[in-house]
Design a protein around this ligand. Structure first.
Ligand code: NAI
Length: 462
């Protein structure tokens, strides 16, 4: 039985970051992970492999759409799916090995196996029980099941199966117009599949700024996406050639069906805490299955903490990482803190979509006086040179104080550009602060500055 200051259960972005920070701060730390490789869902079957496939297929799309326009003649490349899968796996392996290296470098002990908490201060892995002053639950999430639709990870897949299909489907039905559905839908649409998204609500990406969501939907439709909105999926059946999905349109309750080679179920994820023994231990849970925590990430049991997808809040790797660091700092006697009001969200499609802070709809609902500055990428020279003049930056600021309240970007490199607004918000900056900051020309980031100018005396190039 080994004794540790901290045992983190789960080696995903929340868990491994927490473990590394604990070790860096002088705590004797172990991290329990049952997968063959570290990195959790994000590195193994989530953010990272999907970005590899998005990268490869983005270049294919560019070759199809834009190469000839730039005088690059020679036709679009052929797709070697097996090779693309190898590339994806190499990217994953490089990253997961990287975490293993960081564990060694920082002297974090990797306890290989699935962990449970038989009693406060104890973590069981396999037949061994280890003791720890502090235990951090960072066990992440798993795809939520959809009644009537049986996942076989072959023709009815979750995001995990969608990353490793045996062949490129001719047709794909995606259930759920959220982040996973639209990212993976983009991969296969660019590879030539006919992609139809069936969504329960009458909008895509619920919660997103409505103007951005509308523009996003229009641009995806231009790329060949078909959307069936306000449709409740009733179930699915295998057919000789693929899968049939039955749904009812909510407006008139009429029954319909659609057939495809493959169906991707992307209707959200739920916290994964099975097998930890939390119920027997008496750890309090939220009604929706997350672990209940206080403002210091501590559960109702002293010495047991929880972070990331296993607790309330957006299921995002970077939110989990920040919480992991904050817990580590608290355990080391420092003052860890996460500003949950400034957590960016990014969808890695083309164009990218990124947001931080309040949406216009939220500000309206709060009855808050605000001003809005908007700038289209059509007025940005760099974006136009890349054939990416679609989309815009929308900046929201307090009407009285000019303090930035939110930013929503749809356009090239939106996922990179959003961070200057995050930093500005962390410093309590005004829209004018951004507007007065020199931005290099020609960059896409100038559109952020122009949106800030539009909150004041007006943008220059619009
Ligand atoms: P999501 O919550 O983003 O979207 C699920 C969608 O499915 C919603 O539009 C919802 O209205 C719809 N839906 C729910 N039940 C339905 C039904 N019965 N029939 C039809 N539509 C239905 O969930 P998603 O895309 O599965 O992603 C899971 C989590 O993973 C999210 O929290 C997401 O933020 C995270 N993620 C983040 C990524 C990123 O940051 N780029 C990439 C992939 C996932």
């Amino acid at each position: 039985m080994a004794e540790f200051d901290v045992i983190v259960i789960g080696g995903g972005p929340g868990g491994y970051v927490c473990a590394i920070r604990c070790a860096q701060l002088g705590l004797k730390t172990a991290c329990v992970e049952g997968r063959e490789t570290l990195g959790g869902t994000c590195l193994n079957v989530g953010c990272i492999p999907s970005k590899a496939l998005l990268n490869a297929t983005h270049h294919l799309h560019e070759a199809h759409e834009n190469f000839a326009k730039m005088g690059l003649i020679g036709g679009a490349p052929m797709v070697d799916w097996a090779k693309m899968q190898d590339y994806k796996q190499d990217v994953v392996t490089g990253n997961t090995k990287g975490i293993e290296f960081l564990f060694k470098k920082n002297k974090v002990t990797w306890l290989k196996g699935w962990g449970s908490i038989p009693a406060a201060g104890q973590v069981k892995v396999g037949d061994e029980v280890h003791s720890a002053k502090h235990i951090v639950i960072a066990t992440g999430s798993e795809p939520a099941a959809l009644p009537g639709v049986t996942v076989d990870e072959d023709v009815v897949v979750t995001s995990t199966g969608a990353l490793s299909l045996g062949r490129i489907p001719k047709s794909l039905v995606v259930i759920g117009a959220g982040v996973i559905g639209l990212e993976m839908g983009s991969v296969y649409a660019r590879l030539g599949a006919e992609v139809t998204v069936v969504e329960y609500l009458d909008t895509i990406t619920p919660g997103m700024d409505e103007e951005v969501a509308k523009s996003f939907r229009r641009l995806l439709a231009r790329q060949g996406f078909k959307f069936i909105l306000a449709a409740a999926v009733q179930g699915s059946e295998r057919t000789e050639s693929g899968v049939k999905v039955r749904y009812k349109l909510r407006k008139d309750n009429t029954a319909h069906e659609i057939e495809a080679d493959v169906v991707l179920v992307a209707t959200g994820r739920r916290p994964y805490t099975a097998g930890l023994g939390l119920e027997a231990l008496g750890v309090a849970m939220e009604p929706r299955g997350q672990v209940r925590i206080d403002e210091h990430f501590q559960t109702n049991m002293k010495g047991i903490y929880a972070i990331g997808d296993a607790v309330p809040g957006p299921m995002l790797a970077h939110k989990a990482e920040d919480e992991g660091m904050a817990v580590a700092e608290n355990l080391a006697g420092k003052h860890g803190h996460v500003n949950h009001d400034v957590i960016p969200g990014v969808i890695y499609t083309t164009p990218e979509v990124a947001s931080v802070g309040k949406t216009e709809e939220q500000l309206k609902a709060e009855g808050r006086a605000y001003k809005m500055g908007k700038f289209p990428f059509m007025g940005n020279a760099r974006a136009k040179a890349m054939f990416q003049g679609d989309g815009f930056v929308k900046l929201l600021a307090d009407k009285e104080t000019d303090r930035i309240l939110g930013c929503h970007i749809i356009g090239p490199s939106a996922g990179e550009m959003i961070h200057e607004v995050c930093v500005a918000m962390e410093f309590g900056a005004s829209a004018q602060d951004l507007a007065l900051t020199c931005h290099a020309h020609p960059t896409c980031s100038e559109a952020v500055r122009e949106a800030a100018l539009a909150c004041g005396d007006g943008a220059i190039h619009a």
